[in-house]
Design a protein around this ligand. Structure first.
Ligand code: PMP
Length: 339
């Protein structure tokens, strides 16, 4: 296929059989390789879906500005798609996000606004700052501005409902027993979950929630509540976003970093997969779902983004030790080969 631009290279990612997790559970665990998208994350899909929806509604005009509050990956997707389609991108990001993601955002041409990381209820939370900024720029900019609003703009989950979900169904030939992933906006979980349930109501849809997020509590007790924390980025939601409303969640698991992070290291060391922390939560969730369903089932999860994005944190021994997490031996080993 000859694509007419990077937007044609978004999606249609392969499913990869995860050997270690499959062998450990007696199930077939497959990861959808979203790190192979042009912006190296699953969020390219949401970025494209949001931009196409705004264009179709006439809200985004040629030369217009796209404003968004993002932990990084959505911003990278918006900036790259924006560059390809002729839009400027302004990104509001919590200053705690990895240096690599901020560097990549600048490289992709985004104009960055860094703000302190404060909870959603605080009016200076990055999402709220981005909404106000979009409103101001919509009035000031000659070609207008839109707020991508990935958390509550359901164009996000519709993108997954139209692409990621049907791709998984086609790639497995409809032979799939479970799907599970973590939630940032909820676009992936809700969109894929709805697409799969529509085709086969017996597919089990699972939530893998990191510590510090409130959704495990919500789906098991009906109350939003959280405890603990996680070093993972891009996931860990404290409220029911518009994208999550009505998501067909059957089971939920709470995944501590101590369980998720070693999986990221194992997949790198033994399977050549370079992934970020949220993929570790997802694969840990897939293993929990495998044990919940029993051996012989086929489970799909999402490999969200590429690991080089986290070299200064997840793959930095000093950072891991500071967080009380185990450091794999190979990360510190230097070559013993005499040149
Ligand atoms: N993993 C990473 C690294 C992400 O950036 C995101 C999106 N914020 C997710 C997972 C979660 O995806 P979604 O927003 O569709 O819930």
């Amino acid at each position: 296929m000859i694509g007419s631009g990077i937007v044609d290279a978004i999606g249609n990612t392969p499913l990869i059989r995860l050997k270690g997790p499959s062998e450990a559970t007696g199930c077939e665990i497959l990861g959808k390789a979203e790190f192979l998208n042009p912006g190296q994350s699953v969020k390219d899909r949401a970025a494209l879906a949001i931009i196409r929806d705004a264009e179709a509604r006439g809200a985004l005009r040629p030369g217009g500005v796209i404003v968004e509050g993002t932990a990084g990956n959505t911003g990278i997707g918006l900036a790259l798609v924006g560059a390809a389609l002729g839009y400027r991108t302004v990104i509001v990001i919590p200053e705690t996000q990895s240096r690599e993601k901020k560097d990549m955002l600048r490289l992709a041409g985004a104009e960055l606004v860094e703000v302190p990381a404060v909870p959603y209820r605080n009016p200076n939370n990055y999402v709220k700052v981005s909404g106000r900024l979009a409103e101001r720029l919509a009035a000031e900019e000659p070609n207008g501005a839109i707020w991508a609003n990935q958390f509550d703009n359901v164009a996000n989950r519709e993108g997954h409902y139209r692409t990621t979900g049907p791709e998984i169904w086609e790639q497995t030939g409809g032979e799939i027993d479970g799907f599970i992933c973590a939630v940032g906006t909820g676009g992936t979980l809700a969109g894929v979950g709805m697409a799969l349930k529509e085709r086969d109501r017996t597919v089990t849809i699972g939530l893998a929630d990191p510590m510090g997020a409130a959704l495990y509590s919500y789906y098991t007790t009906g109350q939003l509540a959280s405890s603990g924390s996680s070093i993972t980025e891009g996931i860990g939601q404290g409220r029911i976003t518009a994208n999550l409303e009505g998501a067909p969640v059957d089971v939920a698991f709470q995944i501590p970093d101590e369980e998720a992070i070693p999986i990221v290291f194992d997949l790198l060391e033994h399977e050549g997969l370079v992934l970020g922390g949220s993929s570790g939560v997802n694969v840990a969730g897939a293993m929990r779902l495998a044990r919940h369903l029993g051996p012989g089932h086929r489970i799909v999860t999402i490999l969200c983004d590429y690991g080089t994005r986290y070299q200064s944190k997840l793959f930095e021994p000093a950072f891991l030790r500071e967080k009380g997490l185990p450091v794999p031996a190979w990360l510190e080993r230097t070559s013993r080969i005499d040149p």
